[in-house]
Write a protein that binds this ligand. Structure first.
Ligand SMILES: *[C@@H]1O[C@H](CO)[C@@H](O)[C@H](O)[C@H]1NC(C)=O
Ligand SMILES: *[C@@H]1O[C@H](CO)[C@@H](O)[C@H](O)[C@H]1NC(C)=O
Ligand SMILES: *[C@@H]1O[C@H](CO)[C@@H](O)[C@H](O)[C@H]1NC(C)=O
Ligand SMILES: *[C@@H]1O[C@H](CO)[C@@H](O)[C@H](O)[C@H]1NC(C)=O
Ligand SMILES: *[C@@H]1O[C@H](CO)[C@@H](O)[C@H](O)[C@H]1NC(C)=O
Length: 288
């Protein structure tokens, strides 16, 4: 009885939020992850937004159900959708970080996620490439990005010392960690990056995110993987979903280790979506 009572109190204290984050309690085997759409550059008729299929396959391969989060919806609609999902993914792409439907919707989901997580729910957020860049803006309130020569190259990761204590990588197999460090398994398609220097200069980002890996374009070192200290928020400047599911570019790696990388990243994030959720099955059943 006393034990139960304490457990309840603990759920609502910050101290135990950290415990909660480190030791996920899996209670939901039917996770639903929302993937955010974005504007099409040069729209063909009747097609003005899209979601790349690889993000959907990425999540489904690890046991999630996926729903599209369309752009240009009302705040109320996003609030309603938020209550019906267990996590959200902001994909890569090429739209404005400040004035697109993508960035506006992402901002709403980001703030709802911070609020939910602060109130004892567990709502994971993932940002890939453009999604990574947007998270740095949403967290710091500033565009701190620099131009890098990284638009079409696979790289090995330079892990930081913090990687050993990270939630994201701590359960990866040793041989995969070795491969990630020595083989070009992470595909980069970006012209902007958060340099380690600018990251270090931002007190807000430094307090919020633990840097797990960096890379360099030969000129500037930039952050390539990070996770938030106190929230289930994860971001990669590189594309974990492409290795297994995209065939359009010669520099996308498809080696066995590259495919394993896709799988372990997806497995990690979908598991985050299986942690305690307050949404009811009834909410989840009635989508579009
Ligand atoms: C979103 O709204 C803008 C105008 O506010 C419009 O130009 C654009 O086509 C809309 N996109 C979608 C996908 O609805
Ligand atoms: C899930 O989180 C809610 C809100 O904090 C809490 O009331 C509930 O007990 C938690 N459920 C589990 C199984 O941990
Ligand atoms: C840091 O960010 C600013 C933009 O706020 C940018 O102009 C500058 O080049 C960046 N510096 C480095 C070293 O990346
Ligand atoms: C950009 O990087 C590529 C290798 O990925 C290299 O071949 C090229 O020379 C670089 N360009 C510049 C302007 O540094
Ligand atoms: C890793 O860091 C070292 C030292 O800064 C650098 O020489 C190397 O190019 C980096 N590797 C990659 C793949 O970015």
């Amino acid at each position: 009885m006393i034990h139960l009572y304490l457990a309840c109190l603990f759920t609502f204290s910050n101290a135990v939020f950290a415990y909660h984050i480190g030791t996920p309690i899996k209670t939901n085997e039917r996770p639903i992850i929302g993937v955010l759409a974005q504007e099409v550059y040069d729209p063909p008729p009747h097609r003005n937004s899209y979601i790349a299929a690889s993000y959907v396959k990425f999540l489904e391969s690890a046991g999630a159900r996926v729903v599209p989060l369309m752009i240009n919806k009302s705040d109320d609609e996003y609030r309603r959708l938020f209550k019906s999902i267990n996590g959200v993914l902001f994909p890569g792409g090429g739209v404005s970080l400040e004035s697109s439907g993508y960035s506006k919707a992402a901002g709403i989901f980001y703030r709802l996620a911070l609020e939910a997580n602060s109130n004892g729910d567990y709502f994971p957020v993932w940002g890939t490439c453009l999604g990574f860049e947007l998270l740095t803006l949403l967290t710091s309130g500033k565009l701190l990005l620099s131009h890098t020569n990284t638009s079409g190259i696979a790289l090995p990761l330079n892990f930081t010392d913090d990687v050993r204590d990270s939630r994201l990588f701590k359960d990866f197999p040793e041989d995969l960690m070795k491969s990630l460090e020595t083989e070009p398994l992470t595909e980069n398609s970006h012209q902007w990056s958060l340099t380690t220097e600018n990251f270090t200069k931002s007190e807000t980002l430094k307090k919020f995110y633990r840097v797990l890996s960096t890379n360099t374009d030969g000129q500037n070192e930039f952050v390539s993987t990070m996770e938030a200290y106190d929230f289930p928020i994860y971001a990669t400047q590189w594309h974990p979903e492409k290795n297994a599911f995209e065939w359009t570019r010669p520099y996308i790696p498809h080696t066995p280790s590259a495919i394993k990388t896709t799988f372990y990243m997806a497995y990690f994030f979908v598991n985050e979506g299986m942690v305690n959720t307050t949404t009811t099955e009834q909410h989840k059943m009635c989508f579009y």
